[in-house]
Design a protein around this ligand. Structure first.
Ligand SMILES: NC(=O)c1ccc[n+]([C@@H]2O[C@H](COP(=O)([O-])OP(=O)(O)OC[C@H]3O[C@@H](n4cnc5c(N)ncnc54)[C@H](O)[C@@H]3O)[C@@H](O)[C@H]2O)c1
Length: 339
């Protein structure tokens, strides 16, 4: 293979970013786009545009891999269809909306020997890489206490009446759509959680979303220590922060900023903090901002893996685990909602 041939399905906010990153990569070729909304102008990409996956498959183009950037509830069924039609898949976050459907994706990938790449691009931010390193190498020692705070703004401009965002069955909830990156950070760096308690509220999105806009989650870490995840999309006017504070045997660390891009505090016994590279800015969608603009690394990891030079950085089992943790948290939502 001289170049990896890509298709992208779902050309909304993030799908276009996938397409742009593919075009900018010398080892990749964009060969098709699939988008049901024919009003979206995709002519600039100068590749065939299909209005359904079925018509794309019928055209029999020789794609190697497809980026799935459609609404959350479509990820798993489309991933399975694409693998059944011979493609490896990159699945936007969250991998799916239930453990059961993610299991089906994993089973299909195993049976058909297809690769599944999940998207958790915050992992590529220098503070995340550094934090993983000092936790894995035990520089921090025993972890006592972790606090994750994610306070963002999502308002009426974001939740469109006819859109999928805010609908329970299509979106799944605030942890799936806004904050799964930070559940991934928790799991990737500190491991699984247990003994979960939760409190949910819908403070000021009663007209626009069918689930909580805010949550207060307490848990123990399976590896020792305890923590909390406090999140909300009710921050006035704009995002305030996504931060993680760690108190541990040998020191304390806080990473903050809007999307955990800055080390705000580092005090560790006998340890000099290295200079970290700058983090990419957030994805900017005009009226709101998201997580780190690191999709170039996701696309590149897929290419290098297909060339046989790298391993999958966010494999299906890790995308699955984020969904599994959110599902356990949301099991507590059943009797809790909603003020
Ligand atoms: N990694 C990140 O930082 C990040 C950021 C934003 C969104 N996302 C994820 O990406 C996905 C898309 O989010 P978005 O904000 O771009 O949403 P969006 O609504 O802007 O885009 C989704 C697009 O999919 C199209 N679509 C719907 N059904 C389709 C189908 N059956 N076939 C083809 N196209 C179809 C829609 O017409 C729309 O253009 C979501 O799962 C979201 O969680 C990830």
């Amino acid at each position: 293979m001289s170049k990896i041939k890509f298709a992208v399905v779902g050309l909304g906010h993030i799908g276009k970013r996938h397409a742009d990153m593919i075009i900018q990569n010398n080892d990749a070729e964009l060969i098709a786009l699939i988008e049901t909304n024919t009003e979206i102008n995709l002519q600039n990409y100068q590749v065939p545009v299909f209005d359904s996956l079925a018509s794309f498959f019928k055209a029999n183009l020789a794609a190697n891999i497809i980026c799935i950037a459609t609404p959350n509830y479509l990820h798993c069924e489309q991933a399975i269809q694409c693998m059944q039609n011979g493609l490896d898949v990159i699945i936007e976050k969250p991998m799916g909306l239930s453990v059961n459907e993610c299991n089906d994706v994993i089973e299909t990938s195993q049976q058909l020997n297809k690769k599944v790449f999940c998207v958790m691009q915050n992992r590529y931010s220098p503070p995340s890489i550094w934090l993983k390193e000092i936790v894995s190498s035990n520089i921090l020692g025993k972890i006592f206490h972790i606090q994750i705070n994610c306070f963002w703004n999502r308002d009426k401009k974001y939740y469109k009446p006819n859109g999928w965002k805010g609908k329970l069955a299509q979106d799944g909830g605030t942890l799936f759509t806004q904050f799964s990156h930070f559940v991934d950070t928790l799991y990737w760096i500190f491991g699984d959680i247990t003994h979960i308690n939760a409190k949910f509220n819908n403070f000021n999105h009663q007209q626009s979303i069918e689930f909580e806009d805010s949550g207060f989650i307490h848990f123990d870490l399976v590896n020792g220590g305890s923590g909390s995840l406090n999140y909300s999309t009710s921050a006035f006017n704009k995002n305030i922060e996504s931060s993680i504070t760690i108190l541990a045997e040998n020191g304390s660390v806080k990473i903050g900023g809007q999307y955990m891009e800055k080390v705000l505090h580092c005090e560790i016994k006998d340890y000099q903090m290295p200079e970290l590279a700058a983090t990419n800015p957030p994805n900017d969608y005009g009226t709101y901002k998201g997580s780190a603009a690191n999709h170039e690394y996701v696309i590149n990891n897929a290419i290098q893996t297909l060339f046989g030079n790298e391993n999958i950085k966010t494999p299906a089992l890790e995308g699955f685990k984020v969904v599994e943790i959110i599902e356990r948290i949301y099991e507590l939502r059943v009797n809790e909602l909603v003020s």
